[in-house]
Design a protein around this ligand. Structure first.
Ligand code: NAI
Length: 385
């Protein structure tokens, strides 16, 4: 299969590695020669590391490298069966590019976008044959993260969707099919992990270290929310939240937090700037959490039930199947358990009563219980049997 990848930055170069490993013939295109050179050099380093770790041998390295050519003209992508775009997140630029690509490729070439936040429908609309467009959303780093969200636009044909799912499965990835709605699955369902943790902090219930400790100890999350925001970058994470909030017509559930905005404005971006919620400068020590089990339980339950509510509501609104929603969170962001399976474990009645308690306390729309949870509770149902 011939695959054209447009944009050789963080995502494009990772996707190229995935496709080349699956033995596709990849052409990687970028307008910047420097970006192409970097992609080539970085791939060499990544493959060398894999050799050192004993994960691949020199033949495998050569095979993967030989499968990728680096091209500086869009025309070179003319023989592609599939193109995946991973350029700057800007609708006008993407639309212009899509209509250009369409002029070079054959009629049955699938033209996909790796966008995180734009609607696939709006990108597809720039094509003469919009039915050939589909969202194929990888997670960073693409070679390591198992999940890929596949997003059909309302224009996408069934054949194109099926082919995209088949191809990505052949690339040994776990596919979750998501409706073309803001944040797809992961970037929507994960919002309360950050948002509710920030809210708990803003109310003065606990400090960053204690909140992180609570979620790691009781929930088994690999990183606490503040450690994770520092890792992602407060600027990047804040922008995703704000984009999702705006795209949902300002639904209170996704409201960004001033704390994160101020940290971002101050340049406290996290690891990359040496300082975020924590200090990453040399010799700096991490503050100790208050190891109070009762407090930790309260924090963990509150964040978890908000995550469960978001997952349940995504199912209620047919964003994806229950299996895909749970797979998305375990394979896309390494949650220790799927949220719907977690809801079953905790009990749907527990989820509803926790949410109602929060709603009664605050009377904010943010804490409204998903109608699906309420309905399931009445029928004594579970998500999985
Ligand atoms: P990046 O900034 O690392 O790379 C973008 C590359 O596109 C650059 O090398 C740039 O030279 C090139 N480019 C810009 N305009 C171009 C054009 N008109 N034609 C050809 N090349 C062009 O960006 P990154 O992070 O790789 O993101 C790319 C896309 O992937 C965005 O749509 C983003 O929303 C999405 N995405 C990003 C994730 C991340 O964690 N970074 C995760 C999943 C999706």
């Amino acid at each position: 299969m011939n695959v054209g990848i447009i944009g050789s930055g963080t995502m494009g170069s990772g996707i190229a590695q995935v496709a080349a490993t699956a033995d596709c013939k990849v052409k990687l295109y970028d307008t910047s020669q420097e970006a192409l050179n970097n992609a080539k050099t970085n791939l060499g380093k990544i493959l060398n590391r894999l050799i050192e770790k004993g994960r691949i041998d020199a033949n495998e390295k050569n095979r993967i490298q030989a499968n990728i050519s680096y091209v500086d003209s869009l025309k070179d992508l003319g023989d592609s069966n599939l193109t995946i775009e991973a350029i700057v997140e800007n609708l006008n630029i993407k639309q212009k590019l899509f209509s250009e690509i369409e002029a070079y490729v054959s009629d049955d070439c699938i033209i996909a976008s790796n966008t995180s936040s734009l609607s696939i429908a709006s990108i597809a609309a720039s094509l003469k044959k919009p039915e050939r467009c589909v969202g194929i959303h990888f997670f960073n780093p693409a070679p390591l993260m198992k999940l890929v969200e596949v997003i059909p636009a309302i224009q996408t044909s069934k054949e194109v969707l099926d082919k995209a799912i088949q191809t990505i499965s052949d690339w040994k990835k776990v596919v979750a099919v998501a409706k073309d709605t803001p944040g797809f699955i992961v970037n929507r369902v994960a919002r309360p992990f950050y948002g509710e943790a920030l809210r708990v902090y803003e109310e003065g219930i606990a400090d960053f270290a204690t909140i992180d400790w609570s979620l790691k100890t009781l929930g088994g999350f690999r990183m606490g929310p503040f450690e994770l925001m520092d890792f992602i970058g407060n600027d990047v994470n804040y922008t995703v939240t704000e984009t999702v909030f705006t795209a949902f017509y300002f639904d209170a559930r996704y409201k960004p937090a001033f704390t994160q905005k101020r940290f971002s404005e101050a340049g406290y971006l996290g690891r990359k700037s040496g300082r975020g919620y924590y200090d990453y400068s040399e010799g700096a020590s991490k503050p100790n959490p208050i190891e109070d089990k009762a407090l930790a339980e309260k924090i963990f339950n509150r964040v978890l039930v908000m995550l469960i509510n978001e997952a349940a509501d995504a199912l209620f609104l047919k964003i994806a199947s229950a299996e895909d929603i749970d797979n998305a969170m375990t394979k896309g962001v390494n949650y220790p358990k799927g949220l719907l399976a977690w809801a079953d474990e905790k009990g749907i009645d527990w989820c509803v009563s926790q949410l109602d308690e929060l709603y009664n306390e605050y009377h904010e729309d943010r804490y409204r219980c998903s109608p699906l949870l309420r309905k399931m509770n009445r029928g004594k149902k579970k998500f999985f049997n």
